[in-house]
Design a protein around this ligand. Structure first.
Ligand code: GAP
Length: 470
């Protein structure tokens, strides 16, 4: 069973070093979190799995890493300056501020219904660039990674000679001055996104939109999220972002409710069209597109007909932090063991687990065991599976409990038999491998570990489209 409450997850994350409140030493900075030693591994593994599926395992997507600091004109012409806002109300009684659509007519702090009329609050962070701070010298911290992709569309196209359909993928930070950050890492002010802008011929957009919804549902399932906990829900017209013709949200059953994990939008030609129009106004036509027929658009030419077209864009946009929260929610379990004991176990898929293997010498006061464990560690690290930890704290029961709780798929124990000085000399150069989920232990020759382990850590292939619900 998945985690029932956010408190369970927050407590595990703090205690074991997954996630800490940002700037905690100085009382905290609301809406920011720091990923600790295990959190950074989990997050990196999630991002690597996304990159692998979308960039390495496809023929039609290129990668990009654009700047976070963004020219204000980019975000003016993308529509964010005028429309990227949430409705905000003030409580006249206790002076607190709330997102109007998150409260039910009363101030959540003091209960007063004496609230101001909702007014738009722009969510973008500004910062000054260069030594002179005046009205003209500011830039924005990007509120979505997408704009970096749109403004590099021609650069990537020219550098790679791509034809439609093709996509550009990017993972990176984005910043939103959320009025009420809440629910742990679900709604934060400094977030990370994994976004694809997939460029298609106008007219083929709706087919590609449906295809990407199915693709993304399958991908999240391959990361371990149960089909029952995922729902694909089209947004109502009233909820659509200013650039979207249709958006399907992938909702996940988080501890605080069924909420958005990823959005897959049909952004039409809104962004490329809008940036193109401004380029034309700037008379940069010749630089953007050498062909006069192209009318300065960020467009592609159909070589057969000679026609220029501004591509339509399908955008699967997932939150990394929300992905981490979903994985933790799904993987978390409290189990009753046969002896009456309880254990907490994090059933993360092995390719996502922060620590892949723990190597445990049976007794810490026997240097020959610790030395051998250290050597086995070095051999296992050479397999390149990810983080392999030497666990020489002493108590093997405690080590198993700890590694169950942080999701380590296998513990490898070095005992006297491994050294050939135990009761069973025939077990020399073998180790015990304990499975996190079944708690079963098998004895394996060290010489076979290198072939036994890697397949168990491979990211699963996406399930067949027919098997996916939603
Ligand atoms: N480029 C499209 C875009 O940014 P969005 O629905 O605003 O669309 C995409 O954001 C994803 O980013 C969301 O589905 C969510 O996972 C994540 N996200 C958005 N705002 C967030 C926040 N304040 N904290 C954490 N994740 C957030």
């Amino acid at each position: 069973m998945a985690a029932r409450s956010m408190e369970e997850l927050v407590s595990l994350c703090k205690r074991r070093g997954f996630i800490f409140p940002g700037s905690e030493l100085y009382g905290g900075l609301q809406g920011t979190y720091d990923y600790g030693p295990l959190g950074v591994e989990l997050k990196n593994n999630l991002k690597a799995a996304w990159w692998r599926s979308n960039v390495y395992e496809r023929d039609d997507i290129e990668g990009l890493d654009a700047a976070i600091l963004t020219h204000r004109l980019v975000l003016r012409h993308s529509g964010h300056e005028s429309t990227f806002s949430d409705p905000m109300v003030d409580c006249r009684n206790c002076k607190s501020r709330w997102r109007a659509d998150h409260i039910a007519g009363r101030c959540p702090r003091c209960g007063s219904s004496d609230l101001t009329e909702p007014r738009p609050f722009n969510l973008m962070f500004k910062t000054t660039v260069g030594p002179v701070a005046d009205e003209e010298s500011f830039a924005y911290l990007r509120p979505e990674t997408a704009q970096g992709i749109f403004i590099n569309f021609k650069n990537v196209l020219d550098a790679t000679s791509r034809r439609l359909p093709f996509g550009i993928a990017q993972i990176g930070k984005a910043f939103r001055n959320e009025i009420t950050p809440r629910n742990f890492i679900f709604r934060v002010r400094e977030l990370e996104q994994m976004e694809i802008e997939f460029f298609v011929l106008p007219g083929e957009d709706e087919v590609w939109h449906r295809r990407w919804v199915g693709e993304r549902l399958r991908w999240w399932q391959a990361q371990g999220l149960a089909a029952d906990n995922l729902v694909a829900q089209p947004q109502s017209t009233a909820d659509l972002a200013h650039y979207s013709k249709a958006t399907v949200d992938l909702l996940y059953r988080f501890p605080h409710g069924l909420e958005e994990l990823e959005g897959i939008a049909n952004r039409t030609d809104f962004d490329l069209g809008s940036h193109s129009r401004f380029q034309a106004e700037l008379s940069l036509t010749a630089r953007v597109l050498p062909n006069e027929d192209s009318t300065a658009r960020l467009a592609v030419q159909d070589l057969a007909s000679g026609q220029w077209a501004v591509p339509f864009v399908i955008e699967p946009s997932a939150g990394v932090d929300r992905g981490v929260l979903a994985l933790l929610t799904e993987a978390y379990a409290q189990e009753q063991l046969p002896g009456g004991q309880q254990r907490t176990v994090l059933r993360l898929r092995p390719h996502l687990a922060p620590i892949k293997l723990a190597v445990i010498p049976l007794a810490r006061n026997r240097p020959e065991l610790v030395d051998r464990a250290r050597a086995v560690c070095a051999d296992l690290r050479a397999l390149g599976l990810g983080r392999v930890q030497l666990e020489d704290g002493g108590n093997i029961g405690k080590a198993y409990r700890r590694h169950d709780e942080i999701g380590t798929p296998y513990c490898v124990t070095i005992d006297f038999d491994t050294l050939g000085i135990g009761d069973q000399p025939e077990l020399k150069d073998t180790v015990t491998v304990r499975d996190r989920d079944t708690m079963e232990q098998v004895r394996i020759p060290l010489s076979e570990l290198a072939s036994w382990l890697p397949g168990r850590f491979a990211a699963p292939r996406l399930p067949d489209p027919e098997q996916v619900s939603g």
